[in-house]
Ligand binder design. Structure first.
Ligand SMILES: [Zn+2]
Length: 197
């Protein structure tokens, strides 16, 4: 049995003095110097160079850009056919065809070099098709354990799944780690035509 200690017991606590750090700006007390300094500061050094940056970041803009660009440049590259979507993480935008990209270049008044050298870090996208449905999965929370789906419903799902399997239009596209090379003839030609005047 554990010992009973009344609130009024005189020997249950003792006064001690421990070092603490006060944040000058707002008076908050920290038992740890690091946490006090962290609370007090607004800026820290970039993790890659000596530049001062806001403490919510770990790297300065330049270092973030450098690392992002070098990661992008290390990706494998494939020629773009101008027909499947490409995506730019930099501007968070998909382009579903070369003509869409051309229209955007016109609207943004972009030069050949903006697209072909800076490249907006375009990557290829992969299609995502509708997936077949498993009624046991869908109804798992309402059918009894070891329960089964009635044949009539199973047959209906089989028919639906056959339709889904044959449906060849993608539900969506998602970016993949493959650089899209835009030196396609149609785009390069378009730039030559529109910018040589
Ligand atoms: Zn830096």
């Amino acid at each position: 049995m554990s010992k009973i200690i009344p609130y009024t017991a005189s020997n249950s606590v003792e006064e001690i003095t421990i070092p603490a750090w006060k944040v000058i700006q707002n008076g908050t007390i920290h038992l740890n110097e690091d946490s006090a300094k962290w609370a007090a500061c607004t800026h820290i050094k970039c993790g890659n160079c000596d530049k001062l940056i806001e403490k919510r970041y770990t790297l300065c803009n330049d270092c973030r850009d450098k690392i992002r660009i070098s990661k992008y440049n290390e990706l494998p590259e494939r020629m773009w056919n101008g027909e499947t979507p490409i995506y730019s993480n930099l501007i968070d935008q998909y382009f579903f065809s070369a003509s869409e990209l051309e229209d955007w270049c016109k609207d943004e008044d972009l030069e050949f070099n903006d697209i072909f050298l800076k490249m907006f870090e375009f990557v290829h996208c992969k299609e995502q098709y509708y997936y077949e449905l498993d009624p046991l999965d869908i109804y798992s929370d309402i059918i009894p354990e070891d329960g089964d789906i009635p044949d009539e419903l199973k047959n209906a799902f089989d028919k639906l799944n056959a339709e889904i399997k044959n449906f060849k239009i993608p539900a969506s596209w998602y970016p993949i780690d493959v650089r899209a090379c835009l030196h396609t003839t149609s785009l390069a030609d378009w730039f030559k035509k529109t910018h040589s005047k």
